[in-house]
Every structure is written in structure tokens, then in C-alpha cells.
Write a protein that binds this ligand. Structure first.
Ligand SMILES: *[C@@H]1O[C@H](CO)[C@@H](O)[C@H](O)[C@H]1NC(C)=O
Ligand SMILES: *[C@@H]1O[C@H](CO)[C@@H](O)[C@H](O)[C@H]1NC(C)=O
Length: 494
């Protein structure tokens, strides 16, 4: 026990300290508050301390934080969360009834059109998700929507990269930050960041269905809601057992357009909307005859990755996984179910232990352990009760410590297998892993003895002797052993 733990502490001691957080936080916060409409005048960059404090307080009120009026850690954290890029307008004014000042359509029958498509997601499924997003609103109001496949439409949904002529303030910023924005009636435009990690299931990435549903709300005239559970609250939320629309959303849309003409409002739990993904029909479908199933994971991001003792890679996405052999040969996608019976889709993290030869899976607060295809007795366990982080970003078996390591945001946890539990002195700061960014999707120890971390299209190579990142790049095109032979030659779907 003492040996590995000393090694564990040494990892921390050896790691180079990183510089303090970047200066200019106050300026960043000011720009943020300007973008989201917390200052009354335009006056870019010329706000007094009193105006700044007042704007901060407004922001803290809208986001249910303590009204300190100070740029403290919870406020900075809140500002960094993924959200809608439309400003917070009237939701700032406490007590004002929302819904009317966004304007409204003078008619009840509206057409919509998806002008272009996000890269990597099957068109057919995006179309189903968009249809369901409109249906959410028509099911609780008198509105009716039709999809126009071409030509003009009242509401147009478009994916854009970076600056797209809505003003520099509204330029998209890649993964995280502003995910999308939309305009009030009767402009009929909703814009989505095409560089975001869109998904249609409950695993990693941003669920496109829920973001489309939110932006459609704006195109109908709804402003941001100060009600925390509302779909129209500015911050991204995950699908859950709750209805997607809260009472506040339903009242707001009925306030503008009235109740459904026949029957009563119909609502379904959010969880129902995680099944637009349908590999078999779509991947071979007419949208993409050229693409091979085996390298589908090469064109997108994945939920988790690990490697076994024979250097086979396991890559997980939604309800499927791929095996890439040591020779770089990728399998077709295989369903998680018979291989790991009882494992849910969209796992957060996975690691294969070199010590015990077992597979560990993590999702939410739970964990699963399999010897071969057999779920071990007592699993799934509530691992969060053992002090494990909920929704870990990445799991890794780390040879130097002969322990599992779980990464979550700015921290990591070292975990013993027998008995299963977090070692003392953890969590520690991610700074011990010099050069590693937070929020990686997965990691593995390669046969060259380096640890590779993955996030989106990027990889980071961590040298176990130097205890720092020594290289980074694009995994699909630069790491031949990821099995993406055709990643260079195939056209990205657009
Ligand atoms: C809308 O209501 C219909 C039943 O009339 C239901 O089948 C459908 O799933 C509902 N859609 C949404 C998005 O709630
Ligand atoms: C990849 O797999 C195919 C079919 O199983 C086999 O024919 C081929 O030789 C393999 N390639 C390599 C490089 O192992």
C-alpha cells in the first residue's frame, strides 16, 4: 500500500506548477455581461464599478446564485457553463411576466426548414429530432408546424461556424460556451454552432434535440425564463425523467398562442427523446452510401475508450462499441448488450484493469464490473456513495500506481480495486497531469507505454516518465493504430 501511495504523492510533487488563472477575468466578465444584455447602454468597455456590480447582481439573480455583486468563483463557474447565446433580456427584471415582449406570429400554422445539417450526425435522425422539438410546442399550444424540405419557410434552422454575420458578439465559439442563438418573431431564424459536439443520445456531447427545442421557443417569441427547471432558462440542461417543458414554458407559449385546439396538452418525459439514433437503417441509407460502418467513430467523438491486455482498443459510442485490433483493423459496430449484459447505452467512462483483467464502466453515480461477459455480484454499485465522482469524464488503469484513475473536470481520483474505493489524499488537482486539459472523453495506455487522452478530435500523449504531455494532435489522421485508414480520404458529411 505504502509504495503505490508514495508514488501517487510523487506524481503531485513532481508535476510542474501551472501559472495562476489568466488575468483579465474582470474584462472577460464584462464582455459576457454585455453580450447577454446586463448593461442598459451599449458603451462597450466603459462601465463604472457600480454598473458592473449591479449587472453582476442581476446575473446572479437570474442564475439563482447568492447576490454578492462580486466576481466570485461560483459566478465565474456559472459564466463558463454551456448556454444559449440569445441575451437574457427581460428575464433580468424580476417579477415581469415574460412571453409577450418577444413578439409573436400572427398565424398558427408555421413552416420550418433545416437549411443545412450538422457534420457527423445522420440526417434522418436530425430530422426526427427537429420534428419532435417542434411537436413539443405544438402539443401544448394551438400551433401547428410543417417541414418544408426546400424553398421558403417561416422558421429556418442553420448550422454555422464562428462568425456568421450576426455581429462579432454573436460569433460561435466552438465546443461549450454559446451553443446556439435565435431571433424573435418574425425573423424566424435559429442558428447553431456547427463546431459543437452535437449528439442525439444521452451520452457525451450536447443533445441537439433539447437545444433545438429551446431555440424554437425563441423563434416563437419566448424569452429566457428565470425559472430554473424551464426549458427556456438560458443554461443547457440534460434530458431527465421530468417533462421537457416546465409549467412556465407551457404558460408562456399558451399566453401567446392559446391552448391546443382539441384535447389537452400532451407531454412526455425527457428520457423518451434519447432514441433518435438508429445506426443500421441510416448508416447504409441514401445519405451516406460512401461511408463505412467500421470507421464511423473516426468522424465524430466517442463516449469512452480503453485497451485490453492484447492491445485491442474498445471504443464506445451510444449503445455500440468497436474493437480495433493491434494491427489497426476496426470491427463493425457491435451492440453493448450481449457482450456486457445489463450495461446501459451512453456510458461516461470505461477502463480495463491490467491488475485484475476486468472491465469497469461508469455512468452517472453507478459503476459496473465485468469478468469476461459476467457482471460481478453486487454490481452495478452506487459508486458515488464510495466517493467516486458522478459522471466521470475519463477512467484509466494507471500502471505506475497499479490503480484506476478517474478524471472529472479539474480533479482526478485514484481508486483501488480490492476493496473498491478512493485512496486517501484524493481527489487532487489535474495540474499533476501537466499539460492535460479538463473534460477528456477517454484514455488508454498504449503499447509504447505512453498514456493517450482523447477529447473531440484531439489527442494528448502523456509521458509516464516525464509526467507531462509531450505531444498533441488529431487522433483520426495522426494515430494509425486508431484504425481510421480512410479518415483522410472520406469527405466529411455536410
Ligand atoms: C405529441 O403528442 C402525440 C400524441 O398526440 C405523441 O405521440 C407525441 O409523441 C407527442 N410529441 C412530443 C414531442 O411530446
Ligand atoms: C483486417 O481484417 C480483415 C478481415 O478480417 C483481414 O482480411 C485483414 O487481413 C486484416 N488486416 C490486417 C492489417 O490485419
Amino acid at each position: 500500500m505504502a509504495g503505490p501511495l508514495r508514488a501517487a504523492l510523487a506524481l503531485g510533487l513532481l508535476a510542474a506548477a501551472r501559472p495562476a488563472p489568466a488575468a483579465g477575468q474582470r474584462r472577460q466578465a464584462e464582455l459576457f455581461l454585455e453580450k447577454y444584455g446586463y448593461f442598459s447602454g451599449p458603451g462597450a468597455g466603459t462601465h463604472s464599478q457600480a454598473e458592473f456590480t449591479e449587472a453582476l447582481r442581476d446575473f446572479q439573480r437570474v442564475t439563482h446564485l447568492p447576490l454578492s455583486g462580486v466576481l466570485d468563483a461560483p459566478t465565474l463557474h456559472q459564466m463558463a457553463l454551456p448556454r444559449c447565446g440569445t441575451d437574457d433580456g427581460d428575464s433580468r427584471a424580476a417579477g415581469t411576466r415574460r412571453g409577450s415582449s418577444g413578439g409573436r406570429w400572427p398565424k398558427r400554422h408555421l413552416t420550418y426548414r433545416v437549411v443545412n445539417w450538422p457534420p457527423y450526425l445522420p440526417q434522418h435522425e436530425v430530422r426526427l429530432a427537429v420534428r419532435a422539438a417542434f411537436e413539443l410546442w405544438s402539443n401544448v399550444s394551438s400551433l401547428l408546424f410543417w417541414e418544408a424540405r426546400e424553398g421558403p419557410a417561416d422558421i429556418r434552422l442553420t448550422f454555422f461556424h464562428g462568425d456568421h454575420n450576426d455581429g462579432l458578439n454573436n460569433a460561435f465559439d466552438g465546443p461549450g460556451g454559446a451553443l446556439a442563438h435565435a431571433f424573435f418573431p418574425r425573423r424566424g431564424e435559429a442558428h447553431f454552432d456547427s463546431a459543437e459536439r452535437w449528439s442525439l443520445h444521452s451520452g457525451k456531447g450536447r443533445n441537439l434535440f433539447i437545444v433545438v427545442a429551446h431555440e424554437v421557443g425563441h423563434t416563437l417569441g419566448l424569452q429566457h425564463s428565470p425559472v430554473k427547471s424551464a426549458l427556456m432558462s438560458p443554461y443547457y440542461k440534460k434530458l431527465s425523467k421530468d417533462f421537457v417543458l416546465s409549467w412556465d414554458d407551457v404558460l408562456a407559449v399558451q399566453n401567446l398562442y392559446g391552448k391546443p385546439s382539441k384535447g389537452s396538452a400532451i407531454q412526455l418525459p425527457g428520457k423518451v427523446f434519447t432514441h433518435f439514433q438508429d445506426w443500421n437503417t441510416d448508416l447504409y441509407g441514401r445519405d451516406r452510401q460512401q461511408r463505412s460502418l467500421s470507421t464511423y467513430y473516426c468522424h465524430s467523438f466517442f463516449d469512452a475508450i480503453t485497451a485490453d491486455g492484447d492491445h485491442n482498443l474498445y471504443i464506445f459510442k451510444g449503445s455500440h462499441y468497436w474493437v480495433v485490433t493491434a494491427s489497426g483493423n476496426a470491427s463493425d459496430p457491435r451492440p453493448l448488450q450481449p457482450r456486457w449484459p445489463g450495461l446501459p447505452p451512453g456510458i461516461d467512462a470505461c477502463a480495463w484493469s491490467q491488475l485484475t483483467g476486468k472491465f469497469y464502466f461508469f455512468k452517472g453515480g453507478r459503476c459496473w464490473r465485468y469478468a469476461g461477459s459476467e457482471l460481478e455480484a453486487g454490481f452495478p454499485r452506487k459508486c458515488s456513495a464510495l466517493g467516486f465522482p458522478r459522471h466521470p469524464d475519463t477512467a484509466l488503469y494507471f500502471q505506475q500506481l497499479r490503480r484506476l484513475v478517474l478524471f472529472k473536470g479539474p480533479k482526478y481520483f485514484v481508486v483501488g480495486e480490492e476493496p473498491l474505493g478512493v485512496e486517501p489524499y484524493y481527489p487532487r488537482s489535474l495540474r499533476d497531469w501537466a499539460g492535460l486539459p479538463p473534460g477528456t472523453a477517454g484514455a488508454l495506455t498504449h503499447r509504447d507505454a505512453s498514456v493517450y487522452f482523447f477529447r473531440d478530435h484531439q489527442y494528448w500523449k502523456f509521458d509516464q516518465a516525464k509526467l507531462r504531455v509531450v505531444a498533441t494532435g488529431k487522433w483520426a489522421t495522426q494515430l494509425a493504430w486508431m484504425g481510421c485508414w480512410d479518415a483522410n480520404s472520406e469527405q466529411v458529411l455536410s
